[in-house]
Design a protein around this ligand. Sequence first.
Ligand code: GUN
Ligand code: ZN
Length: 436
Amino acid sequence: MSQPERQAYRARILHFLHEPEDKGEAAWQYFDDGVLLVENGHIRAVGPADQILQNFTGPVEDFSRYLIVPGFVDCHIHYPQTEMIAAYGEQLLSWLKNYTYPTEQKFSDSQYAASVAAFSLDELLRNGTTTALVFASVHPQSVDAFFNEAQKRNLRMIAGKVLMDRNAPVELCETAETGYQQSRELIQRWHGVDRLRYAVTPRFAITSSREQLAKAAELLREFPDVYLHTHLAENRLEVDEVKKSFPEAEDYLDVYDNAGLLGRRSIFAHGIHLCDRECTRLAQTHSVVAHCPTSNLFLGSGKFDMTKMRRFGVRVGMGTDVGAGTSFSLLRTMDEAYKVQQLLGGKLDPFQAFYMATLGGARALDLDDKIGNFEPGKEADFCVLDLQATPLLQFRLQHSHSLSDLLFVLQTLGDDRVIARTYAMGHCVHQRQEIS
Ligand code: GUN
Ligand code: ZN
């Protein structure tokens, strides 16, 4: 769908400039009757409608009954697992063996990979997610397929080829050297092309030898601005297994640290079972943990303690972790994150949750100079939320009298039905319904 070069959107508008847990009410800007002005795919201005429209003569889309927020950022997802979401009855290690590895073998077929990549990207957009950090499969063609589809939609996406050289079916195992070479070629082909970036992606310590982890670190040294994306301390049996196979390491994180894999562009999914030393070391190295609550509950992995992460100063993003996660929706993810903190006696404030799904996610992925809020010059990725998407939402929100309550109701009751439209670089890439 084409948009004019300059376009104004009139709506309720919310975005974050800081972290609510640090700055309180100064962390966000909210306009009850606001305008988002987009020019050539970038944010030109945001503010009260009367101010912005004074000097504006171009087209104005009227979304007055809707809420515009920045596009959501998913800090951890596996696109090949879309077809096996909601697989019954296992915890991590048997779930990988019984469901995941057989499924991922199909991604040696480029055409098949392209069809699943297209479906997964459209599903992300249907849920208001415009940026994600993505596991492909071990096959380089699965990365080509994903990036091709992301490029067609002009999305800001980070992805990488899985590295595995042991403890997985032979069909999915490579050598440390071939994994390195194939990753290197993919980096050269895709990293920095359009809005795409590459993540070096060892699956986890169980499926990568020391040699392979060392090769991953070599890639990070050769290409210092690529990402590192892996799993960490998700499940107790996994942690025990890692302890056994790396007896020289102080703990799980130390395996990655010894290889040279920590840093501000290193994202570790889960991090549920971490000791104080590991938290300290994550903070020291500015590494990021991706919290994936729907997955952690679904696989029975454990409760991620956000308060503890904050105490140690660990950077945290939020991820769906589809297919162990049970929804593509960051709204569903915020809801489950809230409930996990409830079980731990903590609180996840709705402003903090929406921050984590937008600017917080962008910061976690070191993309906050490009996306995450509506500062002028940033890329115009945003979604339009329908506050009356379901009868229950409509009814409940008649009894809502604060922004905090509105956001909390949206995250608790909302899902893909709430996402009326999604925009990437100022172009509509998903439209649920005509806006009335
Ligand atoms: N640990 C290693 N691989 C995976 C995976 O595919 N999903 C999850 N949730 N954890 C993992
Ligand atoms: Zn995962």
